[in-house]
Design a protein around this ligand. Structure first.
Ligand code: AMP
Length: 341
């Protein structure tokens, strides 16, 4: 029997519920402090307790996963808490392409892949001296928007950076990535690419709610001005958005281009779930500032199926269930090596 395993955080509930619904065994690698939460859910067959997620690299955890023929579904927590070398050294087969996760974590590689995919990316600013319009300053990796800040010029950049350093939010050594700020309606486009069917599916879209930038937007500008705090973009939750149907053709084209570029740049390509993140401006032109090369937490909005998947499947299909379905199909066809790395 094949099992699906994942780390206890991010979108673990959705992933394991989907696996259970597909008749697969479910294993959660869980920090002890979160055990109480996850014990509440009967679809989790086995909980492997750890002090920190880094224990997934240790023999004990790896052999448990191996004995269960487990496939590990990577999510944002894996990327946030482990570096690329650690992720790549995991012996358990990883759903999708573990090599592409490095391209997600490293801002320079990320921009390269997005350009290769012809995604309309905002201009990067290499030197703070060259900031001449509103920019967003980001940290490396999947920081979830924590420690990000906006800057209008070099001085503004230095003041805010120093403030965050003195508050211990970022470190002095940390290399920051500066990108032009793109304003518009947020849309995080969620896809699934099946290397078995060689088909791209558009699953859905979501928006993120980020604190404290969102809280700030709720108060009048006279009050905003008085606040002496660098607002962060820390993700608190997600909500659904359905796009104008006239935008869908371009959405699929962006997804296709991304899959094609990933095939060229990082074998075996962008297999499984991924997300292209950006904004639509007043002319409905999309600017993509980010991608995630694995399942995003925003898919958990649609645990009971998404509007777009209801067009493709005559059953409720979450992203977690879609992943498990792909594992089952691959197993039946003896092609597990096609969907894991
Ligand atoms: P990221 O880690 O790149 O997904 O960024 C976290 C959040 O910062 C996003 O959800 C957006 O709200 C915001 N953001 C990132 N890049 C940009 C950009 N270039 N223009 C506008 N907002 C951005």
């Amino acid at each position: 029997m094949t099992a699906i395993a994942t780390l206890g955080s991010h979108c673990a509930l959705q992933v394991l519920k989907g696996a259970k619904d597909e008749g697969l065994k479910t294993i959660l690698v869980c920090e002890k402090r979160r055990e109480r939460l996850y014990r509440r859910f009967s679809f989790i067959d086995e909980i492997f307790l750890v002090d920190t997620f880094a224990e997934i690299l240790e023999q004990k955890c790896q052999s448990t996963l191996q004995q269960n023929n487990a496939i590990l579904v990577p999510h944002g927590t894996l990327i946030a808490q482990m570096n690329s070398e650690q992720i790549e050294s995991i012996k358990t087969p990883i759903f999708g392409n573990k090599w592409i996760l490095r391209w997600e974590s490293d801002r320079i590689m990320k921009e390269k892949l997005m350009r290769e995919a012809k995604l309309p990316v905002p201009k990067a600013v290499t030197n703070p001296r060259d900031i001449d319009k509103l920019v967003i300053v980001k940290r490396q990796g999947a920081a979830g928007g924590k420690g990000y800040f906006l800057a209008a010029n070099e001085e503004d950049y230095n003041v805010k950076r120093n403030k965050l350093i003195s508050q211990g939010v970022i470190t002095k050594e940390e290399s920051l990535y500066i990108q032009e700020y793109a304003s518009g309606v947020l849309a995080y486009l969620q896809f699934f690419y099946s290397p078995i069917k060689e088909e791209l599916e558009f699953f859905g879209a979501d928006q993120r709610h980020e604190s404290d930038i969102e809280g700030l937007a709720r108060i009048p500008s006279e009050e905003q001005i008085k606040i002496d705090k660098v607002p962060s973009f820390n993700v608190i939750g997600n909500s659904p958005i359905v796009l104008r149907e006239s935008l869908l053709d371009e959405v699929y084209a962006m997804g296709d281009n991304f899959v094609d570029a990933a095939k060229r740049m990082v074998a075996p390509g962008m297999n499984g779930p991924f997300c292209i993140e950006g904004v639509y401006d007043e002319n409905a032109k999309f600017t993509a500032f980010e991608f995630s090369a694995r399942i995003v937490a925003g898919t958990s909005i649609y645990m009971d199926g998404s509007p777009y998947y209801s067009l493709l499947f005559n059953e409720s299909m979450s992203m977690g269930k879609r992943i498990a379905r792909e594992v089952k199909t691959a197993k039946e066809l003896n092609q597990l090596d096609k969907i894991t790395t």
